[in-house]
Design a protein around this ligand. Structure first.
Ligand SMILES: C[S@@+](CC[C@H](N)C(=O)[O-])C[C@H]1O[C@@H](n2cnc3c(N)ncnc32)[C@H](O)[C@@H]1O
Length: 333
């Protein structure tokens, strides 16, 4: 491996844009979840957390649903070359398993690991270089929620296999899905995964998975953002609760820091004063059911061709493509 590498940085992650969003997060008391992956320290904490708690790492059946999805996607791609676009690639472990399979099926593979965090993109690149040559890997840093020219930046002349693993819980679907759909052309495929609420009773399913969030390593990872800004652990309490979105009816697990004493901080020459009793939302994670995933994707012109749900009911992988214009015109949604 060479000692230097080129990483393309989209303007959505230039310092001015990031600074603007950080200040907005503090003013609105709603932290953009991208700020939990910003630093090398946060990336490392999240990767360790993922290794310890993620069902894909610790439940063989959950890992198997990804393998089945990878196999079906590989079978669907008839062209000899394929470009995997890993949106929110994280450490790139899942994408690399997919790349490896495509390669063993005789495909020439290209890979764009894309993430808001430069550390994640570089980690994913390093993981992927085990199976593809450096010149076929194009690390790309961008904010998927704000970059307006993603199609121009990401789509190539080869058929694309877009991956969007574990991303949907942390975005408002209305904000991210039109962007995601714009990257999937008629002959492309999308592999999408979501954390699900297990069981028949949606509310009980969400309650059951709450301990996966409310645990010491997750608390430590989420608190890093506040501690780095000068807020102390003793300034309040981190609480997890379940909320229901009044419009979509989707349930989300929300982590909020509730101040028990006043705290003033200064960021980029702007002062922020938090009163005792006030809270700042640090994180949310929507939990879907397979039906809810299909419904929300259909609404944005994406059709689920096949799905694989873990026996635990806690994770699902969905192979999707673009619905034809005719189907869209006849759709009731
Ligand atoms: C829950 S992790 C999922 C990682 C990986 N896809 C997996 O399944 O292991 C979320 C990833 O999304 C990235 N991310 C968060 N907000 C983002 C944004 N606005 N644009 C691009 N990436 C973002 C984070 O840096 C992190 O790597």
């Amino acid at each position: 491996m060479s000692s230097v590498t080129s990483v393309t940085i989209h303007p959505s992650q230039f310092p001015d844009a990031v600074r603007h969003e950080l200040l907005e997060s503090l003013r609105t008391r709603r932290v953009n979840h991208k700020f939990h992956y910003d630093s090398v320290k946060q990336t490392q904490k999240w990767l360790a957390l993922h290794q310890a708690y993620s069902p894909t790492r610790n439940d063989a059946d959950c890992a198997a649903i990804y393998d089945r999805g990878f196999s079906a996607a590989a079978a669907g791609i008839k062209a000899p070359r394929v470009h995997v676009i890993g949106l929110g690639c994280g450490g790139g472990q899942k994408d690399t398993r997919l790349l490896k399979l495509l390669k063993t099926r005789g495909k020439k593979v290209f890979y764009t690991p894309c993430d808001v965090s430069t550390s994640m993109v570089l980690t994913a690149r390093r993981t992927a270089l085990a199976v593809l040559p450096e010149q076929n890997c194009f690390p790309f840093v961008c904010d998927l929620a704000t970059a307006n020219d993603l199609r121009k930046a990401l789509v190539t002349c080869h058929p694309s296999l877009v991956t969007f693993f574990g991303m949907i819980p942390n975005f408002e679907p209305k904000q991210i899905l039109p962007r995601l759909a714009s990257l999937v052309r008629p002959k492309d495929f999308l592999l999408f995964s979501a954390n699900l609420a297990p069981g028949e009773n949606y509310a009980a399913g969400v309650k059951k998975v709450l301990p996966q969030y409310d645990n010491p390593p997750t608390r430590d990872w989420l608190m890093t953002f506040l501690l780095d800004l000068g807020i102390g652990r003793g300034d309040g309490k981190l609480r997890f609760q379940i909320e229901t979105d009044s419009v979509s009816g989707l349930k989300r697990i929300v982590a909020g820091f509730h101040f028990t004493c006043p705290r003033r901080i200064e960021v980029e020459n702007e002062a922020f004063a938090f009163r005792a009793g006030e809270a700042i939302r640090l994180f949310f994670s929507y939990r879907y059911t397979p039906e809810r995933v299909r419904k929300v994707l259909t609404r944005h012109g994406l059709e689920v061709c096949e799905q694989w749900i873990a026996k635990s009911g806690e994770e699902g992988v969905f192979l999707c493509n673009r619905r034809s214009r005719r189907e869209e015109a006849h759709s009731p949604s």
